[in-house]
Design a protein around this ligand. Structure first.
Ligand SMILES: [Fe+2]
Ligand SMILES: [Fe+2]
Length: 192
């Protein structure tokens, strides 16, 4: 099969009806694609892995099933093993080695995208004016977006070998062009 973005979107939306989960997929896709671009890697391939990393979460909402029980579904659909392996690697409980730049990038973007999204939701201008400093401050408030693992956010940046502030700024910049799709207010919308 051709591993295309269109095909991955079709798979994602067949298994995922939740708008929040689709938005999460889009946010992680944007961040991972931006890193692929920066590193001169295969943007389409990286984007597909990111888009599909939680594709089965709606049908497998617990860690005894997600994402491992999603793998045979993707295999049946014809996705190649490198895509499936990339997806599986984001799950800490599977304890797979994150031995490629894609795997490290996906892990580093997953929780942080969720957190940046949460930060944007409580700001009048979404992520338009969001800066790493304020994200870091919120990271230190355990009650804010408590579902996001701080440990994974910090570990991700370290695994990727990037400064946390730079990583946060990079992810924010990657998500900005699709802020409206992510359900975030934008400066333009606020003025209207
Ligand atoms: Fe997941
Ligand atoms: Fe995720």
């Amino acid at each position: 099969m051709d591993v295309t973005r269109d095909r991955a979107w079709e798979t994602l939306t067949r298994y995922t009806q939740s708008e929040a989960l689709r938005r999460h997929a889009l946010a992680v896709e944007a961040a991972v694609r931006a890193y692929a671009r920066k590193l001169g890697e295969d943007e389409e391939r990286w984007g597909v892995v990111a888009l599909l990393h939680d594709f089965d979460y709606e049908i497998h909402p617990t860690l005894d099933k997600h994402p491992q029980d999603g793998a045979p579904i993707l295999r049946d659909e014809g996705y190649p093993e490198d895509v499936i392996e990339g997806i599986l690697s984001h799950a800490n409980h599977l304890e797979l080695e994150r031995d490629t730049p894609l795997k490290r990038t996906l892990f580093a973007c997953d929780e942080l995208c969720g957190f940046v999204h949460a930060c944007g939701l409580v700001r009048p201008e979404g992520i338009d004016t969001l800066e790493p400093k304020s994200v870091r401050k919120k990271l230190k408030q355990p009650s804010f977006a408590s579902g996001v693992s701080r440990e994974d956010v910090y570990a991700g940046a370290e695994l990727l070998g990037v400064d946390l502030d730079e990583h946060i700024a990079f992810v924010i910049a990657a998500m900005r062009p699709i802020a409206a799709e992510l359900g975030l207010r934008t400066g333009a919308a606020a003025e209207a």
